[in-house]
Design a binder for this molecule. Structure first.
Ligand SMILES: Nc1nc2c(c(=O)[nH]1)N[C@H]1C(S)=C(S)[C@@H](COP(=O)(O)O)O[C@H]1N2
Ligand SMILES: [Mo]
Length: 431
């Protein structure tokens, strides 16, 4: 008996038939315009994402990224400490542009959906390769956007470790994106120039027609178009308005301060009602910090190359105190600038007999957290603004913000600002 092979000229009924797709709005111009917007947005998101990996400093093993420096790690330069808002800026761009690009991405996927049902599914080895690259492109985009949005919304629906999954996903997506942009660039340019840029936006609903067919024929243009239910400018206006809304609300979250009220969809406190008057990321209760541990018996253990000493909070307060306005800038895209006071980490390293050039690992009293230890690089330790903070905004540090002592420093990713510090260990930087 012979198996019936799929007939290349007779697709099964349903979405595999070209006539199934009837929107008169689909066509190369629409897809190209959306593609053009993504061609600007995606590289910004990707570059700032890879910069975040650099700032996390994977060279300093297991540095809140859950892994050692590997061949795929983007670590090209030592993350600077100037300006102090650098990480707030790069990560704000990453998350805010990422949110704003989401409606554009969804519209772009809608515009090319007939291609998901191409018939025959695989025509030749070259065609198979192209479809595989599209699977990585679409799968990578959906995975990166979905995991990123779930993470900033604190919706940990996934069981894997976000940082690693989002990072390796970014390599897959970026590679597929570069490949796709390279092979489609000429098509995009000609689709946008044939219909003279934004000209189709002039058509109101009554004048909305399918895009003129070209040679070779475009499979995006409907063969049997339905009557339009909205014009192209209404479609793009809706996408643009959604994108603008997400941009503004993301901007409010990343700039912080009074603008935080704009973060309408963010899960974080918008009105400065947390302890010390600002947002708390993980409360002391959630981290299971006990009153006993942070009571009068608390001591800071300093260690370096086999030597160690322990000092009380009163002794820390007796050391020279310094005050700086510095942001906490979280990977989730929000930032919050406060006036921090405390002891320079550099002064602690001097106490241990070092002139500079050491790295410092701060360990928290928190036991099971992923973020219970982080290592500061040499330039971060040596910067005079890097503090073991004891006070904030002129008041005692609250338990939720890390009492008795926490790390804060210029341009540090938030995750390196360890709270409830109990140990600081100085070591030589790895070669
Ligand atoms: N011990 C400990 N320190 C921590 C964290 C944590 O969960 N545990 N979270 C980090 C992260 S991811 C950020 S963004 C900041 C948030 O500081 P805040 O809660 O004072 O706003 O603290 C950092 N320090
Ligand atoms: Mo964070």
């Amino acid at each position: 008996m012979r198996l019936p092979l799929p007939d290349p000229d007779r697709p099964p009924p349903g979405p595999f038939r070209h006539s199934f797709w009837r929107s008169p709005l689909r066509g190369p111009w629409l897809t190209s315009l959306l593609g053009f917007a993504l061609l600007i947005a995606i590289p910004l998101i990707a570059i700032t994402g890879f910069l975040s990996n650099d700032a996390y400093n994977p060279r300093l093993g297991g540095n809140s990224v859950g892994r050692m420096l590997g061949p795929l790690d983007f670590y090209l330069f030592q993350w600077p400490t100037h300006p102090s808002w650098l990480y707030a800026f790069t990560q704000g761009v990453h998350v805010t542009i990422g949110l704003a690009a989401t409606p554009i991405l969804l519209a772009k996927l809608w515009s090319v959906i007939p291609r998901l049902f191409e018939w025959p599914p695989l025509r030749s080895p070259a065609h198979a390769l192209e479809r595989l690259s599209l699977a990585f492109l679409v799968g990578g985009a959906l995975f990166e956007f979905a995991t990123g949005i779930l993470d900033i919304q604190y919706a940990y629906l996934f069981k894997f470790f976000f940082t690693n999954a989002h990072y390796y996903g970014a390599w897959v997506f970026s590679a597929a994106f570069v490949f796709h942009a390279a092979i489609k660039f000429a098509t995009m340019r000609s689709a946008l120039s044939v219909r003279r840029g934004l000209e189709p936006l002039r058509d109101n609903l009554a004048h909305t027609r399918p895009e003129p067919q070209q040679t070779p024929a475009s499979d995006l243009i409907a063969l049997t178009p339905a009557a339009p239910s909205m014009s192209r400018r209404a479609l793009l206006g809706t996408v643009g308005a959604g994108s603008l809304f997400l941009f503004v609300q993301g901007l409010g979250d990343s700039l912080g301060g009074p603008l935080r009220v704009l973060s309408l969809l963010g899960p974080r406190d918008r009105f400065g009602s947390g302890a010390n008057g600002f947002n708390v990321n993980r409360t002391a209760a959630a981290a299971q910090i006990t009153a006993q541990e942070v009571g009068p018996g608390w001591r800071l253990e300093l260690s370096s190359q086999g030597r160690s000493m322990s000092i009380s909070r009163a002794q820390l307060l007796a050391m020279p105190q310094h005050t700086y306005d510095l942001p906490i800038a979280c990977v989730e895209g929000w930032s919050s600038t406060q006036r921090w006071s405390g002891v320079r980490v550099r002064d602690l390293s001097r106490l241990m007999g070092h002139e500079g050039g050491m790295i410092a690992t701060a360990t928290s009293l928190e036991r099971n957290g992923v973020f219970s230890a982080a290592t500061l690089a040499e330039n971060e330790v040596d910067d005079e603004r890097t503090l073991l903070a004891l006070r904030v905004n002129g008041a005692e540090l609250s338990l939720d913000h890390g009492f008795p002592a926490r790390v804060i420093g210029p341009a540090l990713p938030g995750v390196h600002c360890t709270k409830w510090v109990s140990k600081v260990k100085f070591s030589e930087a790895p070669a």
